[in-house]
Design a protein around this ligand. Structure first.
Ligand SMILES: [Mn+2]
Length: 428
């Protein structure tokens, strides 16, 4: 892989002005942040274009720039062969294995490395350009966590080496602690209430029993009129809380080790990296790309609070709408939002209701320009990604993803036919 990276760096050296094209999610914005800083240090002029997918429209835009292109966290798509300029691909999605002189495809999957994110491969590239870029290591970890957020997140393999770079420079610290989201961004009782990861039924999804649980432990949830966070707990309070959770696990006949994991904190500002990833993801969904990239490079608490407030406000509005408008058809739940939910939010809204409702299949649909964006959450054994892709293709769109969570895009006027075909294929 390093031979490819070297070839990519050679290409970059021969060009003093390039176009950087990156994906709009957390990993993509983190990738763009790493490459921006690396090129700035290298004295390379560049323009940045953040896109949601590679399609005919985005390819046309890219060609219009008439510049050599660096793709980060995106670009593994045969459509890019339409571009005649020099291309460097830094991606971790299913590789194409291009055989063209103008394309340098740097993708860890081609070399049997599966754990690197887009920002991870960008980081290795940047580090090979200039050792100074080691100070961007924490951004690669944010991207990795952003891409894995639904899995039981652990930074292993190549990512562990990036953790080492970040630790060596004193940029992050690793702390064993509760495997809970929201150390610094949620009140204690809320962080515990949503802590399904640690699997303690007594406190999970029940606010009043969490409040009682904490009060029994003599842990105050408020300091004056401000809610306290897990990060505000004293060592003594932490010991009381951890011990009580361990006792709960033992009482349920479960392994108490399950509640602990490694949490990574950015030394500066004390951001926990999962929370950092949520913030970058929010910038992406709100399409505030430039600010998202800037936040990766120069994070502040003020910017974090501001974006989370906006993001939660929008989510709240969309969730309220969906709650009133979920319909059921042949045992399948539908959120047919049209223009009531922004397309960037249909996926998280569908996830939330799929977790909250007993329906086995939930479909979210929202307009995105002249298309419909579809998000499916599936608790059955049906090979949903395949079903969805077949129907979308038949309707002139495309689809993909995993069995439990997948998505598709279809033309705007195919809503009715999609629902009919979907209901029919699920019944079979
Ligand atoms: Mn990615």
């Amino acid at each position: 892989m390093f031979a490819r990276i070297k070839r990519g760096i050679e290409v970059l050296k021969r060009n003093d002005n390039v176009l950087l094209v990156s994906h709009y999610d957390c990993d993509g914005l983190a990738s763009a942040a790493i490459m921006s800083k690396a090129m700035e240090r290298n004295g390379t002029k560049f323009s940045t274009l953040i896109i949601k997918e590679i399609d005919d429209d985005s390819i046309k835009k890219i060609i219009d720039y008439n510049l050599p292109v660096i793709f980060s966290d995106i670009g593994s798509n045969p459509l890019i062969e339409k571009i005649n300029d020099q291309i460097i691909i830094l991606d971790h999605h299913e590789p194409v294995n291009f055989n063209r002189d103008n394309i340098v495809e740097i993708n860890p999957e081609l070399f049997g490395i599966h754990e690197l994110s887009g920002s991870g491969i960008c980081y290795l590239f940047a580090k090979a350009m200039n050792e100074k870029n080691k100070d961007l290591s924490y951004i690669a970890l944010v991207g990795a966590i952003g891409d894995m957020v639904t899995e039981n997140y652990e930074l292993t393999g190549e990512n562990e080496k990036i953790v080492k770079d970040a630790k060596d420079l004193g940029l992050i610290r690793a702390e064993k602690g509760l495997k809970i989201y929201g150390h610094d961004s949620r009140p204690i009782h809320k962080a515990l209430e949503y802590s399904s990861e640690i699997g303690v039924p007594k406190i999970s999804k029940n606010e009043s029993s969490v409040v009682q649980f904490l009060s029994d432990l003599n842990i105050k949830i408020k300091d004056g009129d401000k809610f306290r966070r897990l990060s505000d707990l004293s060592e003594q309070e932490k010991i009381r809380l951890h011990t009580a959770l361990v006792m709960e696990k033992i009482a349920n006949g479960e392994n108490p080790e399950e509640i602990f994991g490694t949490n990574y904190f950015l030394t500066k500002y004390n951001f926990e990296l999962k929370e950092f990833a949520t913030i970058v993801n929010a910038f992406g969904r709100l399409e505030r790309y430039g600010e998202g990239i800037e936040f990766c490079l120069n994070p502040t608490k003020e910017k974090a609070d501001d974006i989370l407030k906006t993001y939660r406000g929008m989510m709240g509005k969309f969730i309220a709408w969906a709650r009133q408008n979920i319909v059921e058809s042949d045992g399948i739940g539908y959120i047919i939002a049209r223009d009531k939910i922004h397309a960037n939010f249909i996926s998280p809204v569908t996830t939330i209701f799929s977790n909250a409702l007993s329906v086995k299949i939930l479909v979210g649909m929202a307009y995105a320009d002249n298309k419909i964006k579809i998000s499916v959450r599936n608790k059955t054994n049906i090979d949903m990604a395949n079903v969805l892709n077949n129907i979308a293709t038949e309707l002139g769109g495309f689809g993909g993803g995993h069995k439990e969570a997948c998505g598709a895009t279809i033309p705007k006027d195919e809503e009715e036919r999609f629902i009919k075909l979907f209901n029919e294929s699920i019944k079979v």
